[in-house]
Design a binder for this molecule. Structure first.
Ligand code: EIS
Length: 211
């Protein structure tokens, strides 16, 4: 495999539950890829995405520190908050996972655009944005996006960043393996996102407000 990111290891149990730790680890693995875009324009996005991960991690870590085995799944964590009426609270895992899901939806759509061959990454990102995060953003945040999108590198440079080590993005073989890996990755990532999305819809937790 040429691509390090592995949502492939995130389990969705037979009952549809998603264990917390492998999910958080997979999300965290995405951050260095965006780090390599190496631009201050991506700093707010990275902070937000990492902040969501950190918040959910803290909730799990403190449950374990308190002597419990921890939440068996993301859904159990959210439902515990809903039951305790803590889900509206801005410091809740329910809010953090809602935004993390939206970030993942954006990344999924972006990588799908890249996979289907879009040569212009700004266009890939804009298309992905229109289908996902844009709906939840007011004009100020849309402006932040417009700035970030201009800082995206060329496609070949981005593909080189996805690789584990040295590689040759001019090589057909390399690009072909990368696209294969990415498709496998996307398939797994999508399965996880759909489960979380259904869960949020089912419990009416997917609030449509704009930030
Ligand atoms: C949420 O933020 C917090 O996430 C949440 C809680 O505080 C809640 C309270 O209302 O607010 O305002 C944020 C929103 N988050 C709401 C916006 C942040 C800046 C987004 C700028 C728009 C740029 C979009 C994409 C940029 C193009 C990048 C192209 C790259 C190819 C390193 C990983 C990279 C991830 C990339 C995409 C993830 C974007 C996530 C944005 C989410 C968002 O809209 S809580 O915090 O509950 O944890 O405390």
């Amino acid at each position: 495999s040429v691509m390090p990111v592995s949502f492939v290891t995130v389990q969705v149990l037979e009952d549809g539950n998603i264990p917390v730790q492998p999910f958080l680890d997979a999300c965290r693995e995405l951050v260095p890829i965006f780090d390599k875009l190496n631009s201050t324009a991506f700093a707010p996005v990275k902070m937000d995405f990492s902040g969501n991960i950190r918040k959910i991690q803290q909730k799990q870590t403190s449950a374990i520190a308190g002597g419990s085995p921890g939440y068996p799944s993301l859904q159990a964590m959210v439902l515990a908050e809903v039951t305790a009426r803590q889900n509206i609270n801005s410091s809740s895992a329910t809010v953090a996972l809602r935004w993390l899901k939206r970030g993942l939806e954006f990344i999924r759509e972006f990588l799908r655009e890249v996979c289907s061959g879009g040569p212009d990454l700004s266009e890939c990102a804009s298309n992905a944005y229109s289908r996902t995060l844009k709906n939840y953003h007011g004009w100020v945040v849309r402006g932040v996006f417009a700035v970030a999108v201009k800082a995206l590198p060329y496609r070949s440079e981005f593909l080189r960043h996805l690789a584990e080590g040295e590689c040759d993005t001019e090589s057909q073989h390399y690009v072909h393996s990368l696209m294969n890996d990415m498709e496998v990755f996307l398939k797994h990532m999508n399965a996880v996102i759909l489960v979380i999305d259904d869960f949020y819809s089912h419990h009416q937790l997917d609030i449509q407000e704009q930030v």
